[in-house]
Ligand binder design. Structure first.
Ligand SMILES: [Zn+2]
Length: 181
């Protein structure tokens, strides 16, 4: 499923198979059950290396996305907001398949831009494809995805993750390739 600025989901779209996660960062975070199951595997494997990751954000309803978006437009202006956060209906978080990762270290919780160049996040980027995830908004692909680099935002795509990783493709490029065939 491709969700971006040109492929929107319906206002009322609520995915099936949402389950409550056990995130310590925040209560009441829901995710697609398969996505959560694979995240738990990743989290457990990383814990063995003493890398502690958690879910900072998961499923977001249309209404909630609307709130976040409107607040950012209000605080920072439209052009900033449009590259930093999805408009309601165009957020992958509405699918339940996207996770914003945070890292616990030295009794601190690191989120968003604080994660850049942390060894935990570098490890994550190199290994999530084994669990069916991709880094959704990579560095250097801003023009294709329409978003700034987001080292924290990962997306569950299932089996194609390995192919995308190996060929350094975003979901947009993958779907475009399929159309071209
Ligand atoms: Zn996100």
């Amino acid at each position: 499923m491709l969700v971006n600025k040109t492929n929107k989901v319906d206002n009322n779209y609520v995915p099936d198979n949402l389950i409550l996660t056990d995130s310590i960062y925040k209560n009441n975070i829901y995710l697609n059950n398969k996505c959560f199951e694979m995240f738990k595997k990743l989290q457990k494997d990383m814990k063995r290396l003493d890398y502690n990751i958690d879910i900072m954000s998961g499923y977001r309803s249309y209404k909630y996305q609307e709130k976040i978006y409107n607040k950012l437009v209000h605080d920072k202006g439209l052009s900033y907001a449009s590259r930093a956060v999805a408009t309601p209906g165009s957020s992958e978080h509405q699918t339940g398949l996207a996770i914003d990762i945070c890292v616990y270290k030295n009794d601190k919780c690191y989120i968003e831009h604080d994660l850049i160049d942390m060894k935990e996040i570098n490890y994550l980027h190199k290994n999530i494809h084994k669990y069916g995830f991709i880094l959704r908004y990579p560095f250097g692909k801003e023009e294709i995805t329409g978003y700034n680099y987001e080292p924290w935002h990962i997306r569950y795509v299932g089996d194609i993750s390995k192919y995308l990783y190996k060929n350094n493709l975003t979901l947009e490029e993958y779907y475009q390739k399929k159309l071209d065939k």
